[in-house]
Write a protein that binds this ligand. Structure first.
Ligand code: ZN
Length: 376
């Protein structure tokens, strides 16, 4: 991965390049920003730049042995740590046990579609975390000398997913930094990182790419200009989502249909209809159910915002907008938060493996009563 392979992010790239060029790389660098914007691409390009033996024109060369190893995701001084699940409680659980799946995932999802990782791990119903064994492994590797370069790099994806033991062990390592060792933490939720770790990192906030940059990227992937514009605009900076959407552009239309039916039945107090519908939603793959709920939550907010009649505040397709033109008045200051809360809670419960049928029907009953709260 070279800097020039990355769409947008010019300012962040300049900042990273300057650190390496001046030899002032912090020993723990935190790249923070919303999910799906390309933080891992930046981290990987930065690592390759640090290791490159023939930097040229402000970028890694792409040809030296080190760059080739980076391209093959097998540089011996580049260590990836990421959330996984425990296969066998009697053995240590290390990220590297899953390295084959990890490499495929990074190839297929360069923008790191976070929601797709559990499925890629073959653990759709589990919440992957970073275990303490990985921190012990970091300590072991960090205390040895580098193999083929003069810098060992540990790239930790989603440090917010460390369990307490792992975080405390890592903290000890960050408190007494090893020479020639760099940590790059790539986080979607820096607020969830243990504060003592957070305070030992140098934070770089990565802004979301612009709609124009995402449009350009989608067009280069073969999408028509019109569709690319629409997809980029709906993605709100989340490139991973835009790309996933381009692969399954039918899903949003399908979710839209279900959302509208759900709202109609809830408003009509059609409990039997809601039971049938929520059973259909529960029968989807768990990750898809969660994607639907996150869509539904977004739509509730969109409908609330629609009432202000400021079109540039809304991010909806023409079909969704048409529905809002009639439905939006039913979502107002008196029920918007309750509805969002109920939907998010259902999503969290389902992520935690609760019975989806029960959770969703319960949610639909709460939405039914929320929709009857009079406005003002
Ligand atoms: Zn090189």
């Amino acid at each position: 991965m070279r800097f020039s392979d990355i769409t947008g992010h010019r300012q962040t790239i300049d900042a990273l390049r300057r650190m390496a060029d001046t030899g002032q790389i912090p020993h723990a660098l935190l790249l923070a920003g919303q999910p799906g914007i390309g933080k891992m691409l930046l981290a990987r390009a930065f690592a390759q730049y640090v290791h490159c033996t023939a930097r040229t024109g402000g970028d890694s060369c792409g040809r030296c042995p080190s760059c080739r190893q980076h391209a093959g995701l097998n540089h011996p001084d580049m260590h990836f740590i990421y959330p996984v699940f425990k296969k066998d409680s009697s053995k240590p659980t290390l990220s590297s046990d899953f390295s084959d799946k990890w490499k495929i995932f990074m190839e297929e999802h360069p923008y790191m579609e976070t929601e797709a990782w559990p499925e890629a791990l073959g653990a759709e119903n589990k919440q992957p975390i970073i275990y303490k064994d990985d921190s012990a492994e970091i300590l072991r590797v960090a205390s040895m000398s580098a193999f083929s370069s003069d810098t060992k790099i540990f790239l930790i994806w989603q440090p917010e997913k460390m369990n307490a033991e792992a975080a405390n062990k890592l903290l000890k390592i960050l408190e007494e930094p090893f020479p020639d060792t760099i940590f790059i933490l790539v986080s979607n939720a820096p607020g969830l990182i243990l504060p003592t770790i957070f305070s030992r990192t140098s934070r770089v906030n990565v802004p979301r790419p612009t709609d124009e940059e995402i449009t350009e990227l989608l067009i280069s992937g073969g999408m028509s200009t019109e569709e690319a514009r629409q997809t980029a605009w709906l993605a709100e900076g989340n490139v991973a989502r835009a790309i996933a959407q381009s692969h399954s552009s039918g899903e949003r239309a399908e979710f839209g249909e279900i959302f509208r039916t759900l709202m109609r039945k809830a408003y009509m107090r059609d409990a039997a209809g809601l039971k049938g519908l929520t059973e259909e939603i529960a029968a989807m793959k768990r990750e898809k159910t969660r994607r639907f709920l996150s869509y539904a939550c977004g739509m509730v907010r969109e409908n609330f915002i629609y009432n202000f009649h400021i079109s540039q505040l809304n991010r909806m397709t023409p079909e969704e907008t048409q529905f809002s033109s009639r439905f939006a008045p039913f979502i107002h200051i008196g029920n918007v938060e309750k509805m969002e809360r109920e939907i998010s809670r259902a999503e969290t419960d389902i992520a935690r493996n609760a019975n989806a049928k029960i959770v969703l029907f319960d949610m639909s009953v709460k939405l039914m009563s929320a929709l009857r709260i009079p406005s003002g």
